[in-house]
Design a binder for this molecule. Structure first.
Ligand code: UDX
Ligand code: ADP
Length: 463
């Protein structure tokens, strides 16, 4: 099958960057990204390429190169589905907030709507690719919807999970550790797999392209995220023990990371992991395990989330305790709101939960994040439904300038590991603060001894 047109449903953090790279690397293929959200599409089409809705280092250059040539962003979902031979589904799959599996299972309503729309529109054979992270056996549900259209169109369903991490999306897409494609073992299934392999072969070496059955592919994605998150919860669990015993978590992480069987990555103790994937995928894994009666398996993985929640709580409790057991009417600056550096994404960011706790203690929060707007900060707090919007507005302010945010505050908390934070003039910040001046470094990125020399009372994680 010769692929000339690709459509991607969902212009979010996965669909946008992934399609931009496919378009850049495959100029012979027309790539159209569609979304129901007209504002988001308008932003992707903004004349000034720096205004695209997702901040990722290097992404605007890729979009500038391919947009209008063979990369298009549109709200005309039906047209794009009709024309494409391959349709990627990259819509959001949040944790269910209602009904059976509430708070645990993935909400597949957006996926199902896509499948139904494809079924309605398609007039010729299509390859449908699951790009969003999905529970195992979702492909089966998509297939069942598509196969029952009765219009004689043949669909092949592939699972092609995305492993990119935000903040390094472009790099990860250009140089992936592996591309995973799961499909049917039938001849037709194998042909569909090959068609997608051919797309990736435009820039990925053949030995990095792995093909499996659909279920292995779906489960591998959940497993990869569960393992990564588990490493963070493991190191965070030990950070608490370090604080009690006089060991230093950075030293422990370094010492164990030099064991080649363990490896050095994902051992950075922190205020807790965030992001749209880890928690959602583990909850999903837990839900699936429980649904098969595998309670021990479910409990084992659930502990990763319990530990992460504990770490966030421990951070906010630590601030309150250290500030003489009350933060009422005290001003606390937050450096960072995004869930990690180099992204404007705030989904499940630890900052939201820590701020929520501190506002509950009547503190006033002053936020500075180089890429996150005040509107987003407020929306994140409102989403928790802990108190009214008005109360959230009273509890949190945002600043365009870090020195302004830190002026007159009692304490500074580092919530995101943005590189620039370590470069600030900390003496100047100290001079402008209430005394004693506290720093709670939730990312262990500041130079502790220098800060202490200036006069700060410094508390990091795990030391
Ligand atoms: C993750 C997976 O890495 C990626 O493969 C998958 O496709 C999507 O989920 P992402 O959530 O974008 O990617 O970022 P990641 O770099 O994994 O960080 C997740 C969270 O863990 C962040 O809050 C980060 O700050 C935190 N983290 C990461 C730590 O606290 N310590 C570490 O050592 C690493
Ligand atoms: P992700 O991180 O998985 O990319 P996002 O929430 O950033 O998730 O993006 C998902 C996008 O999918 C959103 O912009 C949303 O508007 C879009 N979307 C959801 N359902 C549909 C649909 N049926 N048709 C088109 N777009 C959809």
């Amino acid at each position: 099958m010769k692929i000339t047109k690709i459509c991607c449903i969902g212009a979010g953090y996965v669909g946008g960057p992934t399609m931009a790279i496919i378009a850049q690397k495959c100029p012979q293929i027309q790539v159209t990204v569609v979304d129901l959200n007209a504002e988001r599409i308008a932003d992707w089409n903004d004349e000034d390429v720096n205004n695209i809705p997702i901040y990722e280092p290097g992404l605007s250059q890729v979009v500038a190169e391919a947009r209008g040539r063979n990369l298009f962003f549109s709200t005309e979902v039906d047209k794009a589905i009709d024309e494409a031979q391959i349709i990627f589904i990259s819509v959001n799959t949040p944790t269910k907030t209602y009904g059976k599996g509430k708070g645990m299972a993935a909400d597949l309503k957006y996926i199902e709507l896509c499948a139904r729309q494809i079924a309605k529109i398609a007039k010729d054979n299509k390859i449908v690719v699951e790009k969003s992270t999905l529970p195992v056996r979702t492909a089966e549900a998509i297939k069942s919807i598509l196969d029952n259209t009765g219009n004689g169109v043949q669909f092949q369903i592939l699972s092609n999970p995305e492993f990119l991490a935000e903040g390094t999306a472009v790099e990860d897409l250009l140089h992936p550790d592996r591309i995973l494609i799961g499909g049917d073992e039938t001849a037709e299934g194998q042909k569909a797999i090959q068609a997608l392999v051919d797309v990736y072969s435009n820039w990925v070496a053949p030995e990095k392209i792995l093909t499996t059955n659909v279920w292995s592919s779906e489960l591998s994605k959940l497993t990869a995220n569960a393992f990564l998150a588990q490493r963070i919860s493991s190191i965070n669990a030990l950070s608490e023990l370090c604080e009690k015993t006089g060991a230093n978590i950075n030293e422990v992480a370094k010492a164990i990371g030099m064991d080649s069987r363990i490896g050095p990555k994902f051992l950075k103790a922190s205020v807790g992991f965030g992001g749209s994937c880890f928690q959602k995928d583990i909850l999903n894994l837990v839900y699936i395990a429980k649904s098969y009666g595998l309670n021990e398996v479910a409990d084992y993985w659930e502990q990763v989330i319990i530990m992460n929640d504990h770490q966030k709580k421990r951070f906010s409790n630590g601030i309150v305790q250290t500030l003489y057991n009350t933060v009422a009417d005290k001003k606390i600056a937050f450096l960072g709101w995004a869930f990690k550096k180099d992204t404007n994404d705030t989904r499940e960011s630890a900052a939201i939960y820590v701020a929520n706790d501190l506002i509950g203690e009547q503190a006033k929060i002053a936020v500075y994040d180089p890429k996150v707007s005040h509107k987003k900060v407020l929306a994140d707090l409102d989403y928790l439904e802990t108190r009214s919007s008005k109360k959230n507005e009273e509890g949190v302010q945002s600043f365009e300038n870090p020195y302004e945010a830190c002026k007159d505050v009692h304490a500074i908390a580092i919530l995101t590991e943005w590189d620039e934070f370590a470069q600030y003039d900390w003496q100047k910040i100290y001079n402008g603060m209430q005394k004693p001046a506290f720093v709670f470094d939730g990312r262990n990125i500041l130079n502790a001894s220098e800060l202490k020399k200036i006069g700060f009372i410094y508390q990091g994680i795990g030391a």
